[in-house]
Structure formats: C-alpha cells, structure tokens
Design a binder for this molecule. Structure first.
Ligand code: SF4
Length: 65
C-alpha cells in the first residue's frame, strides 16, 4: 500500500510551510484551509514529502508507512 500522509486538521494553523516545500502534495485554499492533494506519494517522493512534513511548525503532519 505504501506510505500515507496524515494531517491533524485541528492542529494545522494554515501556515503554509508544507505547501512551500511541496506544492505538488499540499495546497492552501483561499480560507487558508490546507488540503492534501495526494495522500499516497510514490516511494520515489519519500524524501521530498518527508521534508515538507518535517517543516510543519506545529507538527500537524506525519508520514505513515
Ligand atoms: S505547515 Fe503545518 S500548519 Fe502549515 S499548513 Fe501545513 S500542516 Fe498546516
């Protein structure tokens, strides 16, 4: 099944670091609500996605698997 991006939307403050790091996986809408564009990254993107997950200042993101 591979890895999965998990977000805690209650913790997310819409700061946008994830989008800045990986706009192909994370997007903030006009209300600063964050949306995950693809919950299941390819293995080849692990380091790229993990860097974005680690960049979240409030630890609202994690990578499972
Ligand atoms: S970096 Fe964290 S707080 Fe900011 S939008 Fe992404 S998940 Fe939300």
């Amino acid at each position: 099944m591979g890895m999965r991006i998990v977000a805690d939307y209650d913790t997310c403050e819409g700061l946008g670091m994830c989008e800045a790091m990986a706009s192909d996986y994370f997007e903030l809408d006009d209300d600063e609500q964050m949306h995950i564009l693809n919950e299941h990254p390819d293995e080849a993107d692990r380091a790229h996605v993990n860097a974005a997950v680690q960049a979240c200042p409030v630890l609202a993101l994690r990578l499972e698997g």
